[in-house]
Design a protein around this ligand. Structure first.
Ligand SMILES: Nc1nc2c(c(=O)[nH]1)N[C@H]1C(S)=C(S)[C@@H](COP(=O)(O)O)O[C@H]1N2
Ligand SMILES: [Mo]
Length: 408
């Protein structure tokens, strides 16, 4: 009985793990019990059960998961580390045929609606590769006091990958944008949890879509886009709430009014138009759309809780970004903000790519420290050290990131 059960479990694990391998795992059935493959590609993960154990799974249906903050250390976020956020059901990934996938541009303010295959996009338009920072509007929600409902992201619902595709602008212009265009509406293949209608359909002001920094992409970090990140085609806008970067995208409507798709309605992805007290109720009509993310930074090295030998220099580093702006200064404190030291900071490789900063610290004596980091953008706006404006849905938290370090 016990043996039967073990054999059964082994078989079940072998099927589920083997099915997430891009190729046949030849001796999968022979491996010792509980051994996971060392090299599982993120390309074909298709449920929360497929995610490696380092992910913190906030929700399995819809799938919402984030890595530990220190795993975001690489300059370009690997696909197997980037956070995963879906609002509804998942597309039927395994039955997607990229040869048959289509992308349609339509809407009231589109002169000539057109439908493209992925090959059409590749042939017809110039290919661009850009590094774009995608951050969920609710990143760091867990830090708000009082707590706001929703996925309790820590600070890891952000990543910067390299995307390859064509400019949204080139495709919209090919179809013709009427003078009365106001907004875009983004569409995809995933359904609402109820099975009825789209899970989400958001958009951006038309000027944002006609810039040279948004893509309709078929590759992430030089490979096919992993299922979880929007296979086989994704709309990617850096610097704006992640919700406008539509995964498994099937089209864009050029709208003659602010798009009225799913999750455009108040208070989704909106903040109050005026300052409110923490915990205050706000009527739905008093919210405005979050169009751009704001200045923020992350300490990705060392990992919080690190111990350091007395007398050793501590190198601290991480990333900084500021929505559609650049970060112009990065400062670090180890005395609770009493004094700040300037870190070295790189320039963004392209608009909305996150920037890298680094500083060497000589902590004065043995004991416990907190390292705080704060960025300032090109308009002189700095991250707050306590909490930013509280809002009912817990968006746009950009209080400075902190880690703990012990000198022994
Ligand atoms: N098709 C589709 N695209 C989507 C979503 C979704 O639910 N369905 N979620 C959006 C939200 S809210 C975020 S924050 C990002 C997350 O992107 P990621 O999963 O690649 O990190 O995808 C966006 N694109
Ligand atoms: Mo999001």
């Amino acid at each position: 009985m016990a043996i039967d059960r073990r054999v059964f479990l082994k078989g079940a694990v072998a099927t589920s793990v083997a099915s997430m391998m891009p190729i046949n795992w030849v001796y999968a059935a022979n491996r010792p019990e509980g051994v996971a493959p060392l090299d599982v590609s993120a390309l074909t993960w298709k449920s929360a059960a497929d995610l490696p154990s380092y992910f913190n799974i906030l929700n399995t249906n819809p799938v919402n998961a984030q890595p530990p903050e220190h795993m975001l250390d690489p300059v370009t976020t690997p696909a197997d580390v980037a956070f995963i956020r879906w609002n509804g059901q998942l597309p039927d990934f395994e039955n997607i045929d990229p040869k048959k996938w289509t992308f349609t541009v339509d809407g009231e303010s589109c002169k000539t609606p057109k439908t493209y295959s992925i090959d059409d996009l590749k042939k017809k338009f110039k290919t661009h590769t850009l590094k774009l920072t995608i951050e969920c509007g609710g990143n760091s929600r867990s830090e708000f006091f009082p707590n706001a409902k929703g996925n309790q992201w820590t600070n890891a619902a952000v990543f910067c990958a390299e995307w390859t595709g064509v400019l949204v602008r080139d495709v919209l212009k090919d179809c013709g944008v009427k003078d009365d265009a106001v907004y875009t509406g983004h569409h995809g293949a995933d359904l609402h949890l109820s099975g009825k209608g789209e899970a989400i359909s958001r958009g951006v002001p038309i000027e944002a879509a006609l810039n040279d920094d948004a893509l309709i992409a078929w590759a992430m970090n030089g490979e096919d886009i992993p299922y979880m990140h929007g296979y086989p085609l994704r709309i990617v806008f850096g610097g704006r709430p992640g919700s406008v970067s539509h995964k498994s995208a099937t089209g864009i409507s050029i709208r003659n009014k602010v798009h009225d798709g799913k999750k455009m309605e108040s208070p989704a992805y909106r903040v109050p138009e005026y300052p409110v007290a923490p915990g205050e109720k706000v009527p739905n009509e008093d919210f405005k759309i979050i169009e751009e993310m704001i200045v923020k930074s992350l300490i990705t090295y060392p990992e919080t809780g690190t111990e350091l030998k007395e007398g050793k220099t501590l190198t601290v580093r991480g990333h900084a970004w500021a929505g559609m702006r650049d970060v112009t200064e990065m400062e670090v404190s180890y005395d609770y903000g009493a004094t700040w030291r300037k870190a070295k900071l790189t320039k963004p490789v392209n608009k909305t790519a996150w920037q890298q900063w680094e500083i060497d610290l000589d902590l004065p004596m043995a004991g416990y420290y907190e390292i705080w980091a704060r960025a300032t953008d090109d308009q002189g706006v700095t991250q707050p050290v306590v909490q930013p404006q509280w809002n009912p849905k817990g968006y746009l938290f950009n209080g400075c990131h902190r880690i703990a370090v012990r000198v022994v």
